[in-house]
Design a protein around this ligand. Structure first.
Ligand SMILES: Nc1nc2c(c(=O)[nH]1)N[C@H]1C(S)=C(S)[C@@H](COP(=O)(O)O)O[C@H]1N2
Ligand SMILES: [Mo]
Length: 201
């Protein structure tokens, strides 16, 4: 394990390095939102998983927090070319939610959608295997509203536009259905290591 120190002196456990065409944003965390930050209280937040699943379900804030906790510590990469190393998010693994609804064997993709209407499509395989989380803590504190609080999806191995803020639900599908940015020319999958920024990359 390679431990390095950043400019802040905070130890970084790490490190996969920078994907091609990215720069290290350091301590900055830019806010990228296509919509106005919603005023969404934890008491009004829900997560629904439905579509091609055996048992569609909705969790409220308390029910989601009663699930086993899981954290992500690592890097995030925005398609606008900033990356951020060693961030810490706390929440619940998406595997835990998906195990409860039991996706149909024919399911291949999903659309994640926000309480605001923003959408992102993902292969189901990118949402399973300990690689996606519903998170409400950042650095041990409640996730700020502008960054998707009270709760957002994170899929940190893909470009960060897939990590839907103010997550409201996930619809499981047997086909790919382009989301907000994907309808506007962005790549269907968005793997930063293969620089899948735009459709055709
Ligand atoms: N609901 C919603 N989620 C979103 C977005 C958005 O505009 N709306 N932007 C995406 C993009 S392009 C990025 S890079 C990240 C930005 O997250 P941040 O603002 O916390 O840095 O959120 C993603 N999730
Ligand atoms: Mo982004």
């Amino acid at each position: 394990m390679n431990v390095t120190r950043g400019f802040t002196g905070r130890p970084r456990v790490h490190n996969a390095g920078l994907p091609p065409g990215q720069y290290d944003a350091g301590d900055d965390w830019p806010v990228l939102s296509a919509e106005v930050t919603p005023d969404l209280a934890p008491a009004d937040w829900t997560l629904r998983i439905d579509g091609l699943v055996a048992e569609p379900r909705t969790w409220d804030w308390e029910q989601a927090h009663a699930l086993p906790a899981s954290a992500y510590e690592g890097d995030i990469h925005c398609v606008t070319s900033w990356s951020k190393f060693g961030v810490r998010f706390g929440g619940v693994s998406l595997d835990t939610f998906l195990e409860a609804v039991r996706p149909d064997p024919a399911a291949t993709h999903a659309v994640a959608y926000a309480h605001t209407g923003y959408t992102a499509n993902l292969p189901l395989a990118d949402l399973t295997g300990g690689r996606a989380w519903i998170v409400w803590d950042y650095d041990g504190r409640p996730l700020p509203a502008e960054h998707g609080g009270p709760a957002r999806l994170i899929v940190p191995h893909l470009y960060f536009w897939k990590s839907v803020k103010w997550i409201a639900g996930i619809r499981v599908l047997d086909h790919d259905e382009p989301g907000f940015w994907e309808q506007n020319g962005y790549h269907a999958r968005g793997n930063p290591w293969e620089e899948q920024r735009y459709s055709g990359d």
